[in-house]
Design a protein around this ligand. Structure first.
Ligand SMILES: NC(=O)c1ccc[n+]([C@@H]2O[C@H](COP(=O)([O-])OP(=O)(O)OC[C@H]3O[C@@H](n4cnc5c(N)ncnc54)[C@H](OP(=O)(O)O)[C@@H]3O)[C@@H](O)[C@H]2O)c1
Length: 239
């Protein structure tokens, strides 16, 4: 049986639950080596137990607690990845937060945008920046920023989750900008995972995390030349 991700070294943020966990599971089942982070140690331990049985060998998977909003988080991640692999093939910037409730940005609690940008934009920016040398040492290296249909230009006109929308719209900008600067060296694309049932997506979401994981796999298997684009479930979508 040929596995689609044999030999690929993949770092995933926010892999303790939701889309990150499902993506880690699918990537491991396709032969990848997966390493990742999230904040809550108990949930990370539960994820570790759940994923251990999917990994080809115990060496194929590990995770460590890290708050990506901490100033030293990017350097700590880079140190751990350098020690483990000395290179990186795929970075999946998946971790994010979302404040639900108010219809307009005026009613969001003060500091919501700042906190949201810290995790959803600045953390992916800082992490990808610090990991560029390790990615350059990888094979057909790629960055996947997990964005959202809520962050497209058209979706900015819709009500609710203002700070989240703005953070994902800016993240889409980061996809475009990094893709230009790194063309020929590191492919950079965005993944809209669809609206799926998770703590963030809520129980009313029509999809399930396995749908998002399938989209993540399709994106990681895109030709290396594919860069600066947004995808949903294997199909390119508009900014
Ligand atoms: N679910 C949807 O319908 C949907 C739709 C569109 C886009 N997305 C995007 O898909 C991605 C995953 O969403 P999800 O629904 O799976 O969310 P989720 O269920 O809330 O999971 C988020 C993950 O990120 C981690 N995380 C959050 N803040 C962190 C921080 N500061 N440092 C490190 N890890 C952190 C969480 O673990 P800890 O809390 O323990 O840190 C958890 O593992 C996000 O980028 C989201 O915007 C989701």
């Amino acid at each position: 049986m040929s596995l689609k991700l044999s030999g690929r070294r993949i770092f995933i943020t926010g892999l303790s639950r939701g889309i990150g966990l499902a993506t880690a599971r699918l990537f491991l089942s396709e032969g990848a080596s997966v390493f990742g982070v999230a904040r809550d140690e108990a949930r990370l331990d539960a994820a570790r137990s759940a994923l251990a049985s999917v990994a080809m060998t115990p060496d194929h998977f590990d995770a460590f607690p890290l708050d990506l909003a901490d100033a030293d988080a990017p350097a700590r991640a880079a140190e751990q990845i350098a020690e483990r692999w000395g290179a990186l093939d795929v970075l999946v910037n998946n971790a994010a937060i979302m404040t639900e409730g108010p219809i307009t940005f005026e009613d969001e609690p003060p500091g919501t945008l700042e906190r949201t940008l810290e995790v959803n934009l600045l953390a992916p920016f800082r992490l990808s920046r610090v990991l560029i040398p390790l990615l350059r040492a990888g094979r057909e290296p790629r960055i996947v920023h997990v964005t959202s249909g809520a962050g497209t230009l058209a979706a900015l006109d819709e009500p609710g989750i203002s700070s989240y929308r703005l953070s994902k719209w800016a993240l889409n900008g980061l996809v475009r900008l990094q893709a230009q600067h790194l063309v020929g060296h590191i492919a950079v694309n965005g993944l809209d995972p669809g609206w799926v049932k998770t703590d963030l997506g809520g129980p009313r979401a029509p999809g399930v995390v396995e749908d998002s994981a399938r989209g993540a796999l399709a994106l990681v298997l895109e030709p290396f030349e594919t860069t600066g684009k947004l995808f949903n479930d294997g199909h390119e979508i508009a900014y």
